[in-house]
Write a protein that binds this ligand. Structure first.
Ligand SMILES: Nc1ncnc2c1ncn2[C@@H]1O[C@H](COP(=O)(O)OP(=O)(O)OP(=O)(O)O)[C@@H](O)[C@H]1O
Length: 637
């Protein structure tokens, strides 16, 4: 590792450190591209502040605040800082909630106003809209539910919120509400602004390009008001803004008094990938990165495939085999888990990784989507936290692990059951053992059992407790028991909740018909350990071998357009109008997403483009000069 390389951007780190002077803080905006070590700069700077000014922080009880984009990034940074108590690392949602929790009276007032505003808007739309249509019925339901929530506000003394949960109870706030309230409260309450800057004289935001626009605006206001005592440090890369929520033109909103350190070296990617991402970036801000002196050349290839190709998984396996040849890196060879395949959205991944039948029905239930993607929730938990680990332990013949899992949660081995059994305890243990053996036999059968069959078995043997949402499916004839959610005794449930619940039950009903092994694949996917991910899911990460899957057809309706970015299709009238008005187009969005995905590659990169007219696509790609002619391969039917 070359020391000169490590020093290449030392100036930026020096500037940042100078800004983080608690006696004389100065805000800054770090300008740096992919792989330039922004997270490293952030962690190093905090370490130095703790070392040199930690006493000041300890004496005043103040902290350095760090806002990250994901829980994973949050954990990573906390760990790298060895859980230093003088640093508070949180996601934006947790951070926002830590500021406003306890402002219950204000929250109630805010919600009351907001709900009535929404109702007024809906009523206006109702008056204009066609009576009797589905939209009118939806609006009527929404009005009713908002009025009901409004009427119930006074009964709530303490609002609750979980940054990672579903927030379904009546006293819970939604994610969007917490962000909007925080922005409004910070805008209107001098006391809260003071609290913020006193608690966190230094506030650093990672991935600031994707931080909620409204919060970013208000934080910039706070910074202006407290410039002498508060340092706001923004890390991020505008070229990597991939969520609609982020602030457009952030750079232009940065005051002239701020420092603007720059980092220009890319420590992650090989030279060839850096050349490609420099070109992608050229028309946007002209920022050009340089590789490390010890960087490899690396390999980049574009494969153009007809989008009508029926077996995309087979084509992608063939491409992986070709990459093994081009790179001499056999790990690329088909089936290897050491390749990261990036598809535009989760369903594309689910289709490729073979867990679509389980995934799609539950993914389409909007209310549980977030927790479903995080692998949380009671229904999912039964499979991923109990049944799957038990199956894994049984398959590995790890009797200790299997026993530990069963002992932890199985109703068979509850202490009371064991006590009641007296000297017949061994019967119970034998029963548990037989249940485990039966489970292993069931999931190992030549014909894969459905998830529902496994659920039925677990219920019948009482291996684990069946959560409410799955009870209706745990018996053979799907009787919905009386008094159970979804059953008739639940008349009091309000209509909206019922609809949610029904769609969740409907989702489960369908999903459980999928083969059980699809849940294993789903589990690997949501834990991020499979070879699949989405374009958006990998921001901040890096992988040796990356396969980017670009497909307009599969990505319909996702606001991205590879065909326009690659010059295969002309810009639409709206694109041209937006461009002329300086507004963002789907081409800009796609370009940034493409930049993020390509820049994850540490060694080699394959781009697979499914095109309507592959020959035309190849010619258009040659025109862009992003890939050399001999790096582009047309794969015919
Ligand atoms: N000065 C350095 N010397 C050696 N390696 C470095 C240096 N800075 C960063 N790296 C390495 O380069 C890689 C990219 O760093 P990091 O993830 O911090 O970049 P980033 O700017 O946050 O990237 P991105 O915005 O693309 O997610 C990491 O593997 C990191 O360890």
């Amino acid at each position: 590792m070359s020391a000169a390389d490590d020093q290449f951007d030392a100036e930026a780190d020096k500037t940042i450190l100078a800004c983080l002077d608690l006696d004389k803080p100065r805000s800054f905006f770090l300008y740096a591209g992919a792989g330039s070590g922004k997270t490293r700069s952030l962690v190093d700077a905090i370490r130095t502040v703790c070392r040199e000014q930690g006493r000041h922080l300890s004496l005043t009880g103040q902290k350095i605040g760090v806002i990250t984009y994901t829980n994973a990034a949050c954990d990573e940074i906390k760990q790298r800082l060895e859980f230093d108590p003088r640093v508070e690392v949180s996601t934006i949602h947790a951070f926002a909630w830590s500021l406003i929790a306890r402002y219950d009276t204000d929250m109630r007032r805010w919600l009351a106003t907001r709900l009535l505003q929404d109702v007024a808007e809906l009523e206006e739309a109702q008056a204009k809209g066609r009576a009797g249509s589905k939209a009118a019925a939806d609006r009527a339901r929404s009005i009713e539910s908002k009025l009901r929530r409004h009427a119930g506000l006074d009964a709530i003394t303490r609002f609750v919120y979980s940054p990672t949960g579903d927030n379904r109870t009546r006293d819970a706030l939604s994610h969007a509400e917490v962000i909007a309230m925080t922005a409004d409260f910070l805008g209107a309450k001098p006391g809260l602004r003071r609290l913020l800057v006193t608690r966190f004289p230094i506030l650093l935001i990672d991935e600031s390009q994707d931080t909620s626009r409204r919060l970013m605006d208000v934080l910039l206001d706070v910074e202006t008001a407290y410039r002498d005592t508060f340092c706001l440090g923004l890390f991020g890369d505008l070229m990597q803004r991939i969520y609609a929520d982020g602030k457009d033109r952030l750079a232009e909103a940065i005051p002239a008094s701020w420092a603007r350190p720059r980092k220009r070296m890319n420590h992650r990617c090989p030279t060839r990938v850096i050349e490609l991402i420099n070109k992608l970036r050229h028309d946007i801000d002209g920022e050009k990165q340089v590789p490390r002196s010890d960087a490899r050349v690396g390999v980049v290839r574009l494969f153009v495939v007809p989008h009508a190709t029926a077996d995309k998984t087979a084509v992608e396996a063939m491409i992986a085999a070709k990459m093994a040849q081009f790179t001499g890196d056999q790990t690329w060879a088909a089936g290897s888990e050491a390749i990261k395949r990036l598809a535009l959205e989760h369903l594309m991944s689910a289709r490729r990784f073979g867990f679509e039948a389980f995934f799609e029905p539950l993914y389409s239930v909007e209310r549980i989507r977030t927790s479903f993607l995080q692998g949380t929730g009671a229904g999912i938990g039964l499979f991923t936290r109990e049944i799957l680990p038990l199956v894994a332990a049984l398959r590995a013949s790890d009797r200790f692990a299997a026993a530990a899992i069963v002992r932890r949660t199985s109703p068979l081995l509850e202490r009371k059951a064991l006590e009641d059994a007296g000297d017949k305890q061994s019967d119970i243990l034998n029963k548990a053992k037989a249940a485990c053996e039966g489970l292993l036999a069931l999931v190992s059968a030549d014909e894969q059992p459905s998830a529902r069959a496994v659920l039925g078995y677990v219920a019948e043997t009482r291996l684990f407790t069946i959560p409410d949402v799955l009870v209706p499916f745990a018996t053979a004839d799907e009787d919905v028991p009386e008094g159970h959610p979804g059953g008739e005794a639940n008349e009091e449930a309000d209509e909206e909740e019922e609809i949610d619940l029904n769609s969740e039950l409907g989702g489960w009903r369908q999903a459980l018909e999928a083969p059980f092994d699809q849940i294993e694949k789903y589990d690997r996917y949501v834990r991020g350990v499979s070879q699949f991910d989405t374009h958006q899911g990998v921001k901040g990460l890096e992988f040796p071998r990356v396969m980017v899957i670009a497909s307009d057809e599969e990505a319909r309706g996702f606001m991205f357009a590879y065909d326009k970015l690659f010059g295969v299709k002309d810009k639409s009238k709206t694109d041209l109008e937006n461009e002329a008005a300086g507004k963002e187009t789907s081409i800009d969005r796609t370009r940034r997403l493409f930049y993020v995905t390509c820049s994850r590659a540490e060694e080699s990169l394959a781009v697979v483009y499914y095109a309507a007219d592959p020959a035309l696509a190849r010619d258009a790609m040659i025109q862009t000069c992003w890939f050399e002619r001999d790096e582009i391969e047309l794969l015919g039917p």
